[in-house]
Design a protein around this ligand. Structure first.
Ligand code: HEM
Length: 335
């Protein structure tokens, strides 16, 4: 029998934003974008004296504002290059779909709208929208995958149950697809339980009261910055039984209905990417579980310490590391 070498795999981003380990298979464009995003994140999450003494913003003594603005301008130029290249593709195929009938990219959809309403869909607006979605949608989902894999490695029974579900629903003759994910209900419980214990953005995004109001008996004046501690809510022992335990079963058969959790926020400013996040995180986890056998490195529990946080997200302090081996059953499917 052919032997398949075990591979030590590292996923994700350490809390200092330095992603050497996970970045080796990234495209040049992805690396460039990530470099600027990391440069911005590094400063966005820090406390600035001008949060307390607003006049200090004018002096920018730490130089943080200057660095963030410079990185944002490089990110903007990068996005404009993507838009221009999509525009040229559209010109080349003036009479047909730029992608030859394939699914259109978001930029190409926005460029079609630009033709109809140029004053609304300006390049500046498209750049802003794309940067916003890239920034909000990439770090959060990769962090969620990393926490989920770490939890699975430390809970082999849960990992096995997830594998069994994929075996029963998809089998081993083909790779799991995005269409399979909604049927993998136990996998969804795992994602929910991961987001409960390790919400990618534990304090959501800061909100601001638009009018004077009362919250939980406290008077909140207009224009106050409000921060919701989702992390604490998700581990509230008055609500959740053994809140620190990783137990995806608590979400089975709608059992957790009515229990309060908000990893995507709530209300008008709730994350618009929730459905996409479940699809992407679900597909990545399902493929990793379906295709590989996983083991802890030297039998040591995966470190679950949380990092100090980069801007609004909280990744692992130590990136996820594990031994993975392609499954013999999937040899015909894996490239
Ligand atoms: C596991 C993955 C994700 C998590 C945990 C997450 C979480 C959140 C949270 C907590 C907020 C702030 C909500 C609030 O302040 O009340 C937010 C906002 C946002 N998210 Fe996500 N998100 C994820 C994935 C995505 C994806 C995949 C996209 C898009 C591709 C996305 C796009 C956005 C945008 C644009 C906002 C700002 C919405 C606004 O302020 O109106 N997110 N997300």
């Amino acid at each position: 029998m052919e032997t398949i070498a075990d591979t030590k795999t590292t996923l994700g981003t350490s809390s200092d934003g330095d992603d050497d380990a996970g970045g080796t298979d990234m495209s040049v464009e992805s690396r460039e974008f990530k470099k600027e995003a990391d440069a911005i994140n590094k400063h966005l999450g820090t406390t600035n004296l001008w949060d307390y003494l607003p006049f200090l913003e004018w002096f920018d003594m730490s130089g943080a504002k200057k660095k963030v603005l410079a990185a944002m301008s490089r990110q903007d130029a990068f996005m404009q290059r993507l838009i221009d290249s999509e525009r040229w593709k559209t010109l080349d195929h003036a009479d047909t779909d730029a992608n030859g009938g394939e699914k259109k990219s978001m930029i190409s959809v926005l460029l079609s709208l630009q033709k109809k309403e140029p004053e609304v869909y300006t390049d500046k607006m498209i750049r802003g929208l794309c940067v916003n979605l890239f920034t909000a949608g990439t770090g959060t989902t990769s962090i969620a995958v990393e926490w989920a894999m770490s939890l699975l490695l430390n809970h082999p029974a849960v990992l096995k149950k997830a594998r069994d579900e994929i075996e029963a629903s998809v089998g081993a003759s083909r790779l799991v697809t995005a269409e399979d994910v909604p049927r993998l209900t136990y996998l969804r419980c795992i994602i929910n339980e991961t987001l409960r214990l390790y919400p990618a953005t534990p304090l959501l995004l800061p909100h601001q009261s638009s009018v004077d109001c009362k919250v939980g008996g406290y008077h909140v004046p207009k224009d106050t910055m409000l921060i919701v501690n989702a992390y604490a809510i998700h581990r509230d022992p008055t609500m959740w039984e053994n809140p620190d335990e990783f137990r995806p079963e608590r979400f089975e058969d709608g059992k957790a209905q009515g229990l309060f959790m908000l990893p995507f926020g709530m209300g008008r400013r709730k994350c618009p990417g929730e459905a996409m996040a479940f699809r992407v995180v679900g597909l990545v986890l399902a493929a990793l579980i379906q295709c590989f056998d996983w083991e802890q490195v030297d039998g040591v529990h995966v470190d679950m310490t949380q990092g100090p946080g980069t801007s609004f997200t909280v990744p692992k302090a130590v990136p996820f590391e594990a031994i993975c081996k392609p499954r013999a059953a999937m040899r015909n499917v894996l490239p």
